[in-house]
Design a protein around this ligand. Structure first.
Ligand code: T46
Length: 187
């Protein structure tokens, strides 16, 4: 149980304590005191829930610009996804780098995605349900994306022919998106 560093600065996996017994299992999926004790001073104000019917459904790569940038704590309650985050904070030691993670109902792993990261996932099985907490409200005017298939990122998605929203077919490449976030080591 606990927080696991990723290869990307400030992004962490979180593995909750799972209490199993003859009935099934129980776990605290979020505990503010535990996160604060580990240096994560967050104020989540919105919960999201997405269901994707078909495997190979890809949502991303999304983020919101300041002042509506969002930290996200994401998890899968049904099915499984390949979840990808990209550090898009100019000046970050891991700028332009990405990492992928399997999040599933079985592994119960969560991913803490800091502000200044693009986020996306591709479902691996039918009827996958994806839940997440965010620390800033949805703002369509600040909602942005970069291309899921950006050749400079070369993300190893599980499919080259995903099911996409119309919006997700037309995002710019990271190199053409201009300065999106400035890395602040104090944050
Ligand atoms: C994100 C969001 C969306 N909506 C509405 C807007 C649309 O009418 C509808 C679907 O939105 P969208 O197609 O942007 O949903 P996703 O493609 O799942 O977007 C999300 O997927 C990637 C992986 C993310 O990390 C973001 O949280 C988010 O961008 O829900 C809301 O009302 N509130 C919200 O917070």
């Amino acid at each position: 149980m606990g927080f696991i560093k990723t290869t990307l600065k400030d992004a962490f996996l979180f593995e909750p304590n799972v209490f199993g017994d003859h009935r099934g299992f129980f776990m605290e999926t979020y505990n503010d005191k535990l996160f604060k004790e580990n240096g994560f001073h967050l104020n989540f104000i919105q919960d999201n829930h997405a269901m994707s019917g078909e495997a190979g459904t890809l949502r991303g790569l999304h983020f919101q610009l300041e002042p509506y940038a969002q930290t996200k704590l994401v998890r899968v309650t049904k099915g499984a996804v390949y979840d990808v985050i990209v550090d898009i904070r100019e000046g970050s030691p891991t700028y332009g780098q990405w990492e992928g993670f399997i999040l599933s109902e079985d592994n119960k792993r969560q991913l803490l995605v800091p502000r200044g990261f693009a986020h996306g996932y591709c479902t691996l099985v039918k009827n996958t349900e994806f839940l997440y907490k965010v620390d800033n409200y949805y703002s369509p005017e600040h909602d942005r994306g970069i291309a899921w298939n950006d050749p400079n990122l070369n993300i190893n998605w599980p499919t080259n022919n995903p099911i996409l929203s119309e919006k997700d077919k037309h995002h710019p490449l990271l190199k053409d998106a201009g300065t999106l976030f400035i890395y602040n080591s104090e944050e």
